[in-house]
Design a protein around this ligand. Structure first.
Ligand code: SAH
Length: 260
């Protein structure tokens, strides 16, 4: 008699979006329902997690692999080892990540680690924070009157690596590209100084904290006032720079004029 073949080890990297459960995809919900083990990122909201677990007769084991997991931050190598060992042990592992799993989320590295061990990887897109931030501001990344495209960039440098070359990005923005900057809230001084090399101080800029969530806060400002206007805003946050913000700035100006 032939022994029953074990199913191929499987792991899914699922985008949880910016935090509002209504922004989860149907596919994310379906795939999360297959999980026996949920590895949850710091940036995943409680509301999303609640939605993922709702109505499950046999709920999956939930492990928070972020600051809420007990450590300041679970080292990436540990998370990858955990994903690999649990998937190889037959668990149906779902890694739930904030936003989109492949946008600055180390999803690419995790997928490679899994594939090296012959584990089938399923990736489910989520709405990335930079898009949610633009929507909170009521502006698009692109608008044919203002911007032909957008540059999505992290302000964070790898250990030992160099951060982005802000003057080069300023030159690109001056040519009509919107800058959508992740991980920038603690590096606003460097962003401001670097971008002012190639952009005028009156260039519109905006900050959005907790984009896509009910407690989201945003501020429309200019590049010249970016740092001064961000004092009470923190992480997680997105910085957007470029003329696409003009329409939002004009709307805010009209609102202020009406209120005066
Ligand atoms: N994969 C995520 C990004 C992870 S990198 C995505 O696609 O959205 C972490 C950075 O994302 C944070 O430093 C912050 O810049 C941004 N971020 C994540 N969630 C956010 C939110 N709700 N509001 C604003 N910025 C957010």
């Amino acid at each position: 008699m032939k022994a029953a073949r074990r199913p191929r080890p499987w792991c899914a990297l699922v985008g949880a979006g910016p935090g509002d459960p209504e922004l989860l995809t149907l596919k994310a919900l379906r795939v999360m329902r297959r999980a026996t083990l949920l590895l949850v990122d710091d940036l995943v909201s409680d509301a999303v997690l609640e939605r993922a677990l709702r109505g499950r007769r046999a709920p999956p084991r939930v492990v928070h692999v972020g600051k809420r997991g007990g450590c300041r931050s679970t080292p990436q190598a540990f998370i990858e080892r955990l994903m690999v060992s649990q998937a190889l042990a037959g668990e149906r592992v779902v890694r739930l990540k904030g936003g989109d799993p492949l946008v600055f989320g180390r999803g690419g590295e995790e997928a490679q680690a899994l594939q090296r061990h012959g584990i089938e990887v399923e990736i489910v897109n989520g709405i990335t924070a930079g898009l949610a931030a633009a929507t909170d501001l009521g502006v698009p990344w692109t608008h044919r009157d203002h911007a032909q495209g957008a540059i999505v960039v992290t302000a964070h440098a790898r250990e030992g690596g160099r951060g982005p070359d802000w003057p080069t990005l300023a030159a690109a923005a001056a040519q009509g590209l919107t800058l959508v900057i992740y991980m920038g809230m603690s590096r606003l001084a460097a962003i401001q100084t670097g971008l002012l090399v190639g952009l005028a101080p009156h260039t519109p800029a905006a900050l959005v904290e907790h984009a896509g969530l009910p407690h989201s806060r945003s501020r429309l400002t200019t590049l010249g006032s970016l740092l001064a206007d961000a004092q009470d805003l923190g992480s997680p946050g997105i910085v957007i720079v470029g003329p696409v913000l003009q329409a939002a700035a004009a709307r805010a100006g009209r609102g202020r004029a009406r209120a005066a």
